[in-house]
Each structure stands twice: as C-alpha cells, then as structure tokens.
Design a protein around this ligand. Sequence first.
Ligand SMILES: Nc1ncnc2c1ncn2[C@@H]1O[C@H](COP(=O)(O)OP(=O)(O)OP(=O)(O)O)[C@@H](O)[C@H]1O
Ligand SMILES: [Mg+2]
Length: 259
Amino acid sequence: MKKIIVITSGKGGVGKTTTTINLGAAMNYFGKDVLIIDGNLTTPNIGIHLNSPEVPVNLNHVLSGKADAFEAVYEHESGIKIMPSSLSIRELTKIKIEKIKNYKEDFKKISDYIIVDSSAGLGNEALSLIGIADELIIVTNPEMPALTDALKTIKIAEQMKKSILGVIVTRVRKNDFEMTPEIVKEMLEIPILGMIPEDLSVQKALKLKDAVVHTHPKCNASRAYKEIAARLLNIEYDSNKDKERLFRRILRRIKIKKD
Ligand SMILES: Nc1ncnc2c1ncn2[C@@H]1O[C@H](COP(=O)(O)OP(=O)(O)OP(=O)(O)O)[C@@H](O)[C@H]1O
Ligand SMILES: [Mg+2]
C-alpha cells in the first residue's frame, strides 16, 4: 500500500533531514520506489544535502498552482525521487502550506513510499505536514529538551488521530550524560525504531552532498538506518554481515600493504 511517512521532531537540529534522506536511501537500497519531499519550506535543506540546491520547478511552484506535482520531481542517481523546495525568499511569500493536503493523491501516483521532511517547531508548517501523514516518525536526540519537544509533538499528533510508527533517536554517543533507551521509552511511550550513533561519516556525507547510506554504506550510522528501513519494510537484513564485509575488506588491504 502506498503511504506518506512524515518525519517530525518538535525541536530543531535533531537530525530530521539526515533521517529523511537516509531512510529514503535505505528503502531504495532494499528496492523500494521512494519519493523524498522537502516539506520544510521556510528553511529547506534536502536540495543542499543531495546536491540540487536550485531546481527550475519545486514544491513552492506546486503549492502556488504554477506546476503539477510530477513536474517538481527529480531523480537522484541512486534512483530516489526528490521534490525540493525553493531556497529563494521571494518564492516563499504567499505560499500556503495548508494546501499540501490537496496533493496527497498526486504524491502517491509518483512513488510507493513518500517520505516528507518537515520544519522544526509546532507552527502551521509543521502541523500541516503532520496533517498529511499516513504514518509519523518522530526524531529526537537523547537529551531532555529534545525529548520534551518530541513528547509535545506526540501528544499533538495523537490529538490529530495520527498513526505514529515510533521514534528514531539520533546522535547517540552512549555516554553517561545522555538519556538511556529505557528513559526514552518510558517518557515517550512509543516504540523506539532505532538508535543512530554519532558518526563522523554523516558529516563527511554532507560535504560530499549525498546520503551517508550511499557515501559510507558500511559505517555505523548507515547500518543503523538500513536496520530501521528493513524493520519498517519487513525485510530480513543482517547488519553484521555488512560489518564483516567491511572488516574483510580492511584485512585485504592490510595484506596487500604487507606484500
Ligand atoms: N548520526 C549523526 N552523527 C553525526 N552528525 C549528525 C548525525 N545526524 C545528524 N547529524 C548532524 O546534525 C546536524 C543537524 O542534522 P539535520 O540537519 O538532519 O537536523 P534537522 O532536524 O533536520 O534540523 P532542522 O530542524 O534545522 O531542519 C547536521 O549537521 C548533521 O550533519
Ligand atoms: Mg532539517
């Protein structure tokens, strides 16, 4: 069944865009037809993350009735489809984000899995995006302010009668100061879909302008994103095999050096 999954958080800067892109890339890795939409119209980032900062037709044009939804779709070399938003302030004025609800069926004609990145906060933009979700994923960090905002988002989503798949906790360092998975679960009362470790490869990927799942497929963050995607898609995936393959490759390199 086709579905729109909205990635939201309440707090800003917790890893929504990174998660949107990499969950999309991981689903694509498992052979799924994915469309990533940059619903963060005020501060759009998807285009910057995926090396397409400016495109001639974008979501802003769709929402202002100047273009059809399929005209704002671009194909990444990986096969993921992307609908960016405009970086231009001029193209932001007069946009009514609430209109996005009128395009749900059009989005579903483009791909099977539509993953929507959203803006921080719980203003009109974030709420309009929650409004179009068939399913929601909450992104948070293992810190109290992020968890508090996540909880607020969950409560509002529940009032809107939205189905929440669970929470993804990102930038996990496993130190003594951060909130443990037990506290996260107790506080948010929704399933933890996965924990994404703090991983320098994520920032390297940003510099390379691609998803870390593409640039560093075997790093800890990529394997964690693939594990989550596999679980959501009901697909068998053994992330240890990816790790073993990485180790084998390193060993081979060392051997070559020795020779
Ligand atoms: N697992 C990770 N390891 C290291 N850095 C990460 C990780 N996940 C995200 N980051 C970094 O954290 C920063 C914020 O991430 P991102 O832009 O995805 O957050 P966001 O929630 O979309 O922010 P905003 O609310 O501003 O849209 C980025 O610099 C990103 O590279
Ligand atoms: Mg973002």
